[in-house]
Design a binder for this molecule. Sequence first.
Ligand code: PRX
Length: 663
Amino acid sequence: MSSVPATTSHAGIDSVLNEDRVFPPPETFAKSAHIKSFDEYKRIYQQSIENPEQFWAGIASELKWIKPWSKVLEWNPPYARWFEGGQLNVAENCLDRQIALGRGDKVAIVWEGEPVKSDLSAGEVRKITYSQLADAVNRFANGLKAQGIRRGDRVTIYMPMVPEAVVAMLACARIGATHSVIFGGFASHAILDRVEDARSHYVITADGGNRRGSIVPLKANVDEALKQTSLVKKVIVLKHTGNEINMEAGRDIWWSDVIAGQSADCPPEPMESEDLLFILYTSGSTGKPKGIMHSTAGFLVGTYITTKYVFDLHEDDLYWCTADIGWITGHSYVVYGPLANGATVFMYEGAPNFPDFGRFWSMIQRHKITILYTAPTAIRAFMRAGREIPDKYDLSSLRLLGTVGEPINPEAWMWYQQVIGDGRCPIVDTWWQTETGAIMISPLPGAIATKPGTATLPFFGIEPAVVDRDGNELPTNKGGLLVVRKPWPSMLRGILNDPDRYVRQYWSEVKDCYFTGDGARRDNDGYFWLMGRVDDVINVAGHRLGTAEIESALVAHDAVAEAAVVPMPHEIKGTGIAAFVTLEAGRKPSEELKKELINWVGQQIGPIAKPDQIRFAEALPKTRSGKIMRRLLKELAHDGEVRGDITTLEDLNVLAKLRQQEE
Ligand code: PRX
């Protein structure tokens, strides 16, 4: 990695990362891509920005409408209404429309369970065609109605990664119920909070899920949560792991009994464009989860078209997004976007390292997966486990790789490109948020040259900018606030039960713009480099440093596997830099290594960015979606105490160990 020796101070965020490797789209890839050249991208982008309503209406008209819209956009800032007057059904678009297009016998879902056979060869595999999926959805939708669930009701889904989770979501969409999916890794109090906030009377769950060789007691977690509330009238339980569970008479009913005798014909409910499709809770910086609301038409339009172009989806692809359906990535890019395109979606139930770190690569080899979309945190874990593991597998079916969720450091990007992609596959680093619903900034793989560590350029119809607090656009290479200037169809419609927070958090920080909460800069080519959450910016002696860049420098050292950088109180500078570091397998923590790492960052970035403290850790506290919980580390670095909400923390032991180290 090349480096910039020093930084200059200004009103924005100092940028200290310099990366100049460029990877143009491979010629053969570009030839058969939907968008084949940079000129084509530029032309369509230009048109989409000059006339966004015309652009989005063109995309929307590719979908199946029950009644056409009368107005494309009604914009009363900060409230947008898209495709006003139109009616459609999302499940109809994902199922009936695909069957009508001739995809009835095409496989919609290839699923593999986590438990492996005794010879470790593979797990249970299920293949479900579009016709079979439509039947399952319709039967279950009729079953939901028979249980008293109506249009507009809120249904909580707390399921393992099994095809029935997709069936449950689509069945809700079919009858016009709003789903609220809770990630299966969350514990009972997270269920309670979310059921109460959504005032949800119905829960769909399973006896258990398989995760890293053990059973996650999903039903028991639901029981525990429901002890504290009388809101829930019915709990529908899928039998999956077969572990013993408690069934409460009158409240709990087996999935198989819900569908027994139900017809496979359930007419799609005509939904208004702006009707709620789902609520999804995301943790805010204060720790109180926010129920992000997404609409029917806008969400479908956004996920449909981004899936098609960003993943350059073709009829014979086997597409795998590794996210759990409990996250927005699972909603947009496991379920709605791919199915609206008639794709074959691969789904895996369990952990990436079960029974070992070869699991992903073994599944790619066996199923011939062509597109892999995963998170930088997973890539770094694979890097740490060593390239000899993926090297044992045939990954030649892959043609495109994607990442999402956090900035990907150039080292991990290069490893992904070379070790997994064999230097052949373009990488799409996709920037977006739960709130944006769909990908906002990303390379189009046949058209836009990539550079390791940047999400590159905006998607059609999206107008992001890097600005100061007054909304003035900053010059090239100056870090600032990432905003979006115009509304887009898949944007959030608000925060459930907290309309003020919607205005305050997203629409008040920078005048007339949607504020993302992220810091970014644009380089000479106009590419967007994400610098982490603005809350994570560290102000050291007047220099505002993005944590992502210091972390990236640390990870570039060959002893370091992962790093998280947070501010800490410092006697002289006011604020200093604390770095939590996990080491590569075989490397030992030592005082010498601490010094070496501090000097390394100094050489890579400049003296200003040198950490004041290095703390070695066995693991970093992360959310189950793989995001490092800097808020906790910040509290630890501050005074050794953690106060905030830790419901989204993946492994509580990590925190306990970090605390012990403190003592
Ligand atoms: O900080 C950005 C980071 O993840 C945030 C959104 O998180 P969430 O709502 O959980 O959605 C994750 C899946 C879309 C963003 O504000 N982020 C996401 N993708 C990237 C990223 N940061 C840098 N590069 C990305 N590609």
